[in-house]
Design a binder for this molecule. Sequence first.
Ligand code: SAH
Length: 362
Amino acid sequence: MSELKDILCNEIAENGPMNLASYMRRALTDPKYGYYMQRHPFGIPDHGGGDFITAPEVSQIFGELLGAWIADLWQRMGAPKQINLIELGPGRGTLMADMLRAASVLPAFQKAAKVIFVEVSPALRALQKQAVPQAHWLDDTAYLPPGPCIFVGNEFFDALPIQQFKRQGDSWLEVHVTAEKNTLHYIDVEISEPGFSEPLSACLPEYIENGAIVESSPDSETVMKQISTHIADHGGAALFIDYGHKEPAYGDSFQALEKHKYTDPLASPGMADLTAHVNFPLLANIAHSAGLRASPIVNQGTFLEALGLNIRAQQLMQASPGREQQINDERLRLAAPQHMGQLFKILGVAHCDMPPLAGFPA
Ligand code: SAH
C-alpha cells in the first residue's frame, strides 16, 4: 500500500497530469512519504532486507580504493592544509567510513580533511552520523564552502529527477503521469518545444528515431554546474560513479527496484527506488564548459583494477582464512563485466592545475 499514491491521484484529479520529473521528485524525496526520506533502502539480497545494493555495501575494498585515490591525489596536489571532502548522497555513510579508514595511513590528510555530506534525507543523515560522527551536512550544492574540494558521488546522479520527451515527427511530446480509478499511468502531453539545454543538445546523437525517448535531468545539470564552477574557482577534483552511458545516447532508462526486483515505477511511489541512467558525456561537457579537465569515461571494473582491486582482494583473502570465497565473490561483483564492472562508469573531473587523476588512461 502506498499512501503517496492516493495523495498523488488526488492531486492529479485536481491539477491535471504531472511531468515525470515532478513525479520522481515526490516519489523519492517527498518530505513525509518519499522513498529516501523514510526507508532504509540498502541491503544484501541473501541476507534479507533492502531494495538494492550499492558498491560500497558489496565490499569494503570499494571505499578503501577510493580513499587511497583521494589521499594520493591530495598529496600530489601539494598537501593543502585544508581540504573539503564532499560526498553527494552518502546513503548509510559506508563509503566515507571505508575511505577514511584507508586514508588513515596519511595522518596529515586525516587532519586536513573536513568531511561534508550532501544529503536530503533526515533518516539517512542519522545513519551517516553513526558511521562518520565528525561529518558536517549540506542540503544541496547551491552553497559550497570555500577552499579546495574533492567530491565523490556513488549512485547519486541516478537518483535525480528526469524528464522524458518523445519524438513525434518534427515535434515533441512530454511524458506525464496521470491517474484513473486510483492507478497511475503514463500519458504523452503535447508541448511546443522540449527546450533541451545547450549541453544536452551537444550530447545527443545527430539522428533521433521517430517515437524515441530523450531524457533530460535539469537537476543533474544544475548540480554539475555548481560543482564545476566551485572547482574552477577554488581548486580540486570530483569523481562520479554511476550506471549510465559513455557515448551520446538516448532511450528510456527510467526504472524501479523494490526488494531487489524490477517493478513498475508507477505502482507504489515512495516504496521503490526510482532511477535513470546517468548521461556521463553531458556531465563531462558541463565540466569542460566551466574550464575543467574531464577524464575519459571508463568502466568501473577497469578503474578499480587499475587502482589495485585484485591485489587488495588477495591481501584480504590471506588475512581472513575461511572468507576467501566470499571476498573473491565480492571482487567479482564489483568488477566482472556481467555484474557491476561494465554497467557502472566512472568520470573524473579536475581543475586544470591538478595533477593527473589516477586510474584513468592518460
Ligand atoms: N552513495 C550511497 C547511496 C546511493 S542512493 C551508496 O552508494 O550506497 C542515493 C543517495 O542520494 C541517498 O543517500 C539519497 O538520500 C541521496 N539523495 C537522493 N536525492 C538527493 C538530493 N536531491 N539531494 C541530496 N541527496 C539526495
